[in-house]
Design a binder for this molecule. Structure first.
Ligand SMILES: [Zn+2]
Length: 225
């Protein structure tokens, strides 16, 4: 019995979003749901955070955080759907391999989170994605490089200005040793970019030479601003 047959017996293949039966084990979504995911299109959003140039070089995401992708990301983050996480990290990898200088990256760093709902079994969603990518590319995973002291309120429930203030405050923590490292910073969803920017700035202050940002999805241009 092949591994996939065994898996089919254990978990009859069904689309993780609409529950329709799947013909094949992979991918985890039916063709209709897959088609409904919108690629993040056009030039990367210019993250002009409070009038200052972004501390990171560029940000990439394979998907727009819109429509059924919102549910998919939610199921990954809050319902511990690891198969969605693995699929997201694969699509992130495919895009990054085309659009980012992955061979030059020295370390992979997840955006830290301490919001309890976003953590499961000791791992946050960004850390899950970062671990997958670090295995794929055989790059060091540095989960302790950025340490979050506190994260009082969910970022997603705050207004933009509050979110920026919260991000600035909550990331006022020490970054570890990052001297001369070229870092790929991983997040699940990029909204205003202020959190990623705060992390990138800390990494730069700790000596990182370049920071690239890769997230699974990003809000459509203009949204959340
Ligand atoms: Zn489906």
């Amino acid at each position: 019995m092949g591994a996939s047959t065994l898996l089919d017996l254990l978990y009859p293949p069904a689309c993780l979003l609409c529950q329709d039966r799947l013909e094949a084990w992979h991918p985890p979504f039916c063709p209709v749901c897959l088609d409904s995911f919108q690629p993040a299109q056009g030039a990367p959003v210019c993250f002009d955070v409070q009038g200052h140039p972004a501390a990171f070089e560029t940000a990439r995401a394979p998907w727009q955080y819109a429509g059924p992708m919102i549910q998919a990301v939610h199921d990954f983050k809050y319902r511990q759907q690891r198969r969605i996480g693995r699929w997201l990290s694969q699509t992130m990898a495919e895009q990054a391999e085309n659009e980012l200088p992955i061979d030059q990256v020295d370390a992979i760093v997840p955006v830290p989170t301490s919001w309890p709902k976003a953590r499961w079994r000791g791992m946050s969603a960004p850390a899950f994605l970062a671990r997958d990518l670090s295995k794929r590319w055989r790059k060091p995973l540095k989960t302790r490089l950025l340490r979050q002291r506190w994260f009082a309120v969910s970022q997603t429930r705050l207004s933009r200005s509050l979110r920026q203030r919260n991000a600035a405050a909550s990331h006022r923590f020490g970054a570890g040793h990052a001297r001369r490292l070229r870092i790929l910073l991983i997040d699940d969803v990029l909204t205003t970019g202020s959190t990623a920017n705060a992390c990138a700035r800390l990494l730069k202050e700790a000596g990182a030479s370049r920071v690239f940002v890769l997230s699974a999805a990003r809000t459509p241009a203009g949204a959340g601003r």
